[in-house]
Design a protein around this ligand. Structure first.
Ligand SMILES: NC(=O)c1ccc[n+]([C@@H]2O[C@H](COP(=O)([O-])OP(=O)(O)OC[C@H]3O[C@@H](n4cnc5c(N)ncnc54)[C@H](O)[C@@H]3O)[C@@H](O)[C@H]2O)c1
Ligand SMILES: [Zn+2]
Length: 340
């Protein structure tokens, strides 16, 4: 294990370790592992032989109350106690679910994030947001509950399907545009070889931002939401069926860059550059649903960043810098949706 990143947190700091698949072979004693069937099929053999493992069906449906309850009952039935450590071994679905199970069981037991998807490695495993979905909406129940440790096994990405690699790359583009233009430049050429350093840089950025505003009090953490006001609206509108999260926020970033340019917040030409970056990576930058302007804006008014129905967006100032802007003029949003 070469390097570490340390993330400060109100519950005490935690470390992020980088390495290969052997990272999860050396888990502490008394580990209860939650994974999904795909990850177990590819990588189950690297887990410690004697640890209890619960594997859930792959997909967002496993982030519901039913699976949450089954995981808690599994812990109780198999004798987990306050000294037990839950391990989330999988993508963001497993990470959010297992993290919230750990936050809830016996009022909280420690847990380790061992993310296996690119999205989980660069985003969901760091920062301590855990939770589950309700039929009424995604991530409606949850907690800020930082892990004890994050184990980033870069080898796991070898079996991740291409579409899910691109899905994670959308978040990488986001980090580049909100905080580090060099990161964007590193994304051209042969990506596989550069992924380890790219993942590491994204985690550093996220750790820095989270350290400044762990529980979303100051608006600083909101910059991680660039592309997400429109992206989440699009995901909800399309019912989470056709678009993956990264695909929706790719479209969202393109639209929001245009919102910013229209408001004079974002430097001219930024949207064009961003669209080119996304296209080169094979990510979508538009959707025919964008024409359903009123429905999408209704959904955006329900975004967690908005207050009293006023639209709030995390907008780029220029490539490499981002800021939360509250009370955005709805006409700029309408125009940007129709233009995209
Ligand atoms: N907590 C946060 O801060 C945060 C941030 C972003 C996203 N999320 C959540 O993350 C979830 C999405 O995460 P995701 O994109 O990782 O989805 P996911 O967990 O469904 O994983 C995507 C797919 O890849 C498969 N997979 C994962 N690792 C693999 C591997 N190494 N080899 C082969 N297949 C593998 C999974 O089985 C699944 O089919 C959403 O529920 C979202 O709300 C949370
Ligand atoms: Zn995201």
């Amino acid at each position: 294990v070469a390097a570490l990143v340390r993330v400060p947190s109100r519950f005490g700091s935690y470390e992020i370790r980088f390495g290969d698949e052997r990272l999860v072979g050396e888990l502490p004693d008394r580990c209860w592992i939650i994974t999904d069937d795909n990850v177990r099929r590819h990588w189950g053999h690297v887990l410690p032989k004697d640890a209890p493992v619960r594997s859930v069906p792959p997909g967002e449906a496993s982030k519901g109350i039913d699976e949450f309850e089954r995981c808690l009952e599994w812990l109780a039935q198999s004798g987990a106690d306050r000294r037990s450590v839950v391990v989330a071994f999988g993508g963001g679905v497993v990470g959010d679910l297992a993290g919230f199970v750990a936050a809830s069981y016996m009022r909280g037991v420690p847990y380790i994030q061992a993310p296996t998807s690119l999205l989980a490695q660069v985003d969901s495993s760091v920062g301590g947001k855990v939770g589950i979905d309700l039929p009424q909406g995604k991530n409606l129940v949850g907690a800020f509950y930082p892990p004890q440790q994050v184990l980033v096994g870069q080898a796991f990405l070898r079996t991740l399907p291409d579409r899910h690699i691109r899905n994670g790359l959308a978040e990488v583009v986001k980090y580049g545009y909100i905080a580090d233009t060099e990161l964007v430049e590193r994304m051209s050429g042969r990506l596989e070889e550069r992924l380890p350093e790219i993942v590491r840089r994204c985690i550093e950025i996220k750790a820095d931002v989270v350290a400044e505003d762990e529980t979303e009090q100051t608006g600083r953490r909101a910059i991680l939401n660039f592309g997400h006001t429109v992206g989440h609206a699009l995901e909800t509108y399309t019912g989470y069926e056709s678009l993956l999260h990264g695909e929706a926020i790719a479209v969202g970033m393109a639209v929001e860059a245009r919102v910013g340019e229209r408001l004079g917040v974002t430097a001219p030409g930024t949207a064009q550059r961003l669209v080119e970056t996304l296209r080169q990576l094979g990510l979508p930058t538009t959707s025919h649903h964008l024409r359903d302007v009123e429905d999408l804006i209704d959904l955006m008014r329900r975004d967690k960043k908005s207050r009293e129905g006023r639209l709030a967006f995390s907008l780029l100032l220029h490539p490499g810098a981002c800021k939360l802007i509250e009370d955005v003029d709805v006409r700029a949003v309408e125009a940007a949706l129709l233009e995209s």
